[in-house]
Design a protein around this ligand. Structure first.
Ligand code: FE
Length: 200
């Protein structure tokens, strides 16, 4: 592949995907249809705990995050697992039909799961929108804006005296003098070429 970074030019946003007992940050959301059968598709990594929850649960919600989003929302939902922390204790939410959505968002789509498509690494969940609301007129965060402003958004801090490598896909930070050739990001699976060194 000459340069797979062209995929970052696909216009997509940054969202919080929540379901009963968990949630994560996603970018691969797409509207499939509108009208009487409003469908959306969202892809979630198989290794992600939210993926397990989505397979058990019948409903999920997508909260649309804005360009000035509080980095704590992305950090809490994107760089942590409910296996380790309770994300809903860290971030303010509003409950809609038993699903917690992000209060500080542009709005949400509550979906009923209607289909799942599996591949080696991800599951594509297809949902029918059963409830939705718009809270404000803020500008949505685009994935490319997030990629180019991630340091400011996440306010990445490095530990003293260590070299930090940041995954440019998900924001995970690896500390060490070098990265092995076969290193993979434990959060998103990106390879070493997607890591950049953080200047102290
Ligand atoms: Fe990553």
């Amino acid at each position: 592949m000459k340069n797979k970074k062209i995929t970052r030019k696909i216009t997509q946003g940054v969202y919080s995907l929540t379901t009963k007992n968990g949630g994560c940050i996603v970018d691969a959301v797409s509207q499939i249809s509108s009208g009487d059968n409003p469908l959306v598709a969202v892809a979630v990594m198989n290794s992600n705990f939210t993926n397990e929850l989505l397979k058990e649960n019948d409903t999920f919600a997508i909260s649309v995050l804005d360009k000035e989003v509080d980095g704590k929302i992305i950090e809490t939902f994107g760089l942590n697992s409910m296996r380790d922390i309770n994300k809903f204790e860290e971030i303010e939410t509003v409950e809609i039909n038993e699903i917690k959505i992000i209060k500080q968002s542009i709005g949400y789509m509550l979906c009923e799961k209607v289909d799942m498509i599996e591949n080696e690494t991800h599951t594509l969940f297809i949902g029918k929108i059963i409830e939705a609301d718009v809270f404000n007129d803020l500008e949505p965060m685009s994935y490319s804006h997030y990629q180019s402003h991630k340091d400011e958004i996440l306010k990445v801090k490095t530990e003293d005296g260590k070299t930090a490598w940041i995954c440019t896909i998900c924001g995970y930070i690896y500390y060490g003098d070098s990265i092995d050739d076969d290193f993979r990001c434990p959060i998103c699976g990106a390879d070493k070429y997607d890591f950049k060194i953080k200047e102290n």
